[in-house]
Ligand binder design. Structure first.
Ligand SMILES: Nc1ncnc2c1ncn2[C@@H]1O[C@H](COP(=O)(O)OP(=O)(O)OP(=O)(O)O)[C@@H](O)[C@H]1O
Ligand SMILES: [Mg+2]
Length: 229
């Protein structure tokens, strides 16, 4: 579980301090596929990187599995980021001169885990990209590259998958495939999957929708359930 307790984020724009995130308290649970929506510049990416401990909040506490992240040593924080959190960026930043399979082998080597071929095969099969394993990123489609990026994010069995607009450069059909894949991951693994998206059509596939507006996060799902009672 991830807990944000009274998290805020300020940025300085030279002269003034801008309060991007107002005090935010929220829990995110395993098996929950969550979308973060909201206008451009509202702080969605900032929130996502704070959730993933890639960026430190100005005030407040971030707990992952009950552990206060910023009370850990720098080394332990780095281990947590590498081993527990998978990040899928908008541009799937694959290494151009490695084949699809080599991207996975390279990441396993970096993790100093022994070459776990079974895990690679399991992920390639799950994401339906096994047939692409000998191809280079330039020779596959945008949607396929995005699935490879998701696979890489999954490789070390992280408990948390964070995706920042993973469907932004895809047409509708490919976008739906990527989102359904994220849904499948949250259903089949004990993972927390959080996706920033601008695309309203993708919200039908998520369990929970959070909206960022003027630095305030509201749970749309709760609002709806309140309305329906
Ligand atoms: N390192 C930084 N220093 C100063 N200001 C920043 C920094 N990072 C983000 N900001 C500002 O914080 C605000 C929120 O940025 P953020 O990237 O979180 O928005 P976003 O909701 O993800 O927008 P988009 O939908 O366009 O990606 C913006 O006004 C941005 O300019
Ligand atoms: Mg953003």
């Amino acid at each position: 579980m991830i807990e944000l307790i009274n998290i805020t984020k300020d940025f300085s724009d030279g002269s003034a301090i801008i309060n991007i995130l107002k005090p935010t308290t929220i829990e995110l649970k395993p098996h929950e596929f969550t979308a973060i929506v909201g206008p451009s510049g509202s702080g969605k990416s900032t929130l996502l990187t704070i959730i993933g401990a890639l960026q430190k909040p100005t005030t407040g506490t971030l707990k992952i599995n009950g552990q206060d992240v910023y009370s850990l040593s720098e080394d332990k924080q780095a281990d947590l980021r590498f081993m527990s959190i998978g990040f899928v960026l908008q541009q799937s930043n694959l290494v151009p001169y490695l084949t699809v399979r080599e991207q996975f082998e390279f990441k396993l080597q970096q993790s100093q885990m022994k070459n776990n071929r079974d895990q690679i095969d399991r992920i390639l099969t799950l994401l339906e990209i096994k047939k692409l394993e000998k191809k280079y990123p330039d020779d596959i489609s945008g949607g396929e590259r995005q699935r490879v990026a998701i696979g890489l994010a999954l490789l070390l069995d992280p408990q948390i998958i964070l995706a920042d607009e993973p469907t932004a450069s895809l047409d509708t059909e490919k976008a739906i495939n990527v989102v359904k894949t994220l849904k499948k991951i949250s259903d089949e693994f004990e993972s927390i999957v959080i996706m920033v998206t601008h695309d309203q059509r993708m919200l039908q596939y998520v369990d929970r929708t959070l909206e960022m507006k003027d630095g305030v996060l509201t749970d749309q799902t709760q609002q709806w359930s309140v309305k329906s009672h």
